[in-house]
Design a binder for this molecule. Structure first.
Ligand SMILES: Nc1ncnc2c1ncn2[C@@H]1O[C@H](COP(=O)(O)OP(=O)(O)OP(=O)(O)O)[C@@H](O)[C@H]1O
Length: 285
């Protein structure tokens, strides 16, 4: 491990991480570095390997090749130390509809070993951080989609993680609910200095909320930088090639299409849409 006397620590470091499902190389030699305190967006088309990489980082999948470190702890050899550092909001529903909001968060507090005498206060603080105090004693089955997402955020925050990992936190939410989720993430971040690693398919969110983004395609990062750097880079390249559209600066979506190329136009997008819609309907219904 390298001594890092100056500057922020590395919150996540993946070196040559690979993970295969049979013949499918889902993650294929991924190098990734997330700096402490930043919000890092992992973008990429369906099937790029984002969720698989995240599951390796959270220790939910093993690390068969390469290394993964979270604040210096090896995900392969120090699983419990890694888990104690992070809060994780997965794509799938993690709240129990048959429990109240408070009971759901209390369950996570127990699982994450929040000391018994601090639990009630910490659960209250986590619910307050996502603006769910008034609804805390209602069954989660009565919550809207946006409230469920905020509840899942409270579950992940109750252990006061140094690193919050969110897999598509705003998928299927209306624009106001999406803004609400981000406002709460950013408020906690401002108060605690927490690092955030997020995947999203919403380029506008990545542009607005992420300090840096990595565009993943076929298992590894193909473009990396601040959203502004990536947009500027594509603009300069197009001007040099003489292919710049008059007046219009490239958007992050243009960068995404440039990196992912024809991969965007295959069948997976349609399947994805269906899956997202179903997932949202399931959440809210
Ligand atoms: N449990 C699994 N069994 C077999 N193949 C899998 C499994 N999970 C993922 N894959 C495959 O691994 C590849 C990467 O999938 P992954 O879910 O990591 O991508 P992703 O970038 O998160 O996609 P999305 O944006 O659609 O969530 C895809 O080809 C996918 O079909």
């Amino acid at each position: 491990m390298t001594a890092n006397v100056e500057g922020p620590a590395e919150a996540v470091s993946c070196a040559q991480l690979s993970y295969s499902f049979g013949a499918t190389n889902a993650v294929d030699g991924l190098d990734l570095s997330v700096v402490e305190g930043e919000t890092f967006g992992l973008l990429g088309p369906n099937g790029a390997g984002k969720t698989t990489a995240i599951r390796c980082i959270t220790t939910l999948l093993p690390v068969p090749a390469g290394t993964v470190r979270v604040f210096g702890h090896d995900a392969a050899g120090e699983q419990m130390a890694v888990r104690r550092m992070l809060g994780y909001v997965p794509q799938q529903l993690s709240a129990d509809a048959g429990l109240t909001g408070r009971e759901n968060v209390a369950l996570f507090a127990r699982v994450f070993d929040v000391p018994r005498r601090e639990r009630a206060e910490r659960v209250g603080q986590a619910l307050a951080a996502v603006d769910l105090e008034d609804a805390a004693d209602r069954l989660a089955s009565t919550y809207s989609g946006g409230m469920v997402r905020r509840l899942e955020l409270a579950q992940a925050l109750v252990s006061a993680p140094r690193l919050l990992i969110l897999d598509e936190p705003t998928i299927g939410l209306d624009p106001i609910a999406r803004t609400g989720v981000w406002d709460h993430i950013n408020a906690v971040r401002a108060a605690t200095g927490m690092t955030v690693l997020v995947t999203t398919h919403y380029m506008d969110e990545a542009d607005q909320y992420c300090d840096r983004v990595g565009l993943m395609h076929r298992g590894r990062i193909r473009a990396l930088g601040t959203p502004a750097e990536l947009r500027r880079g594509l603009g300069e390249r197009r001007r040099a090639e003489g292919t710049a559209a008059s007046g219009a600066l490239p958007t992050l979506e243009d960068v995404f299409r440039d990196v992912a190329g024809s991969g965007l136009d295959d069948k997976s997008g349609d399947f994805r849409d269906v899956r997202s819609t179903r997932r949202t309907a399931h959440r809210v219904g």
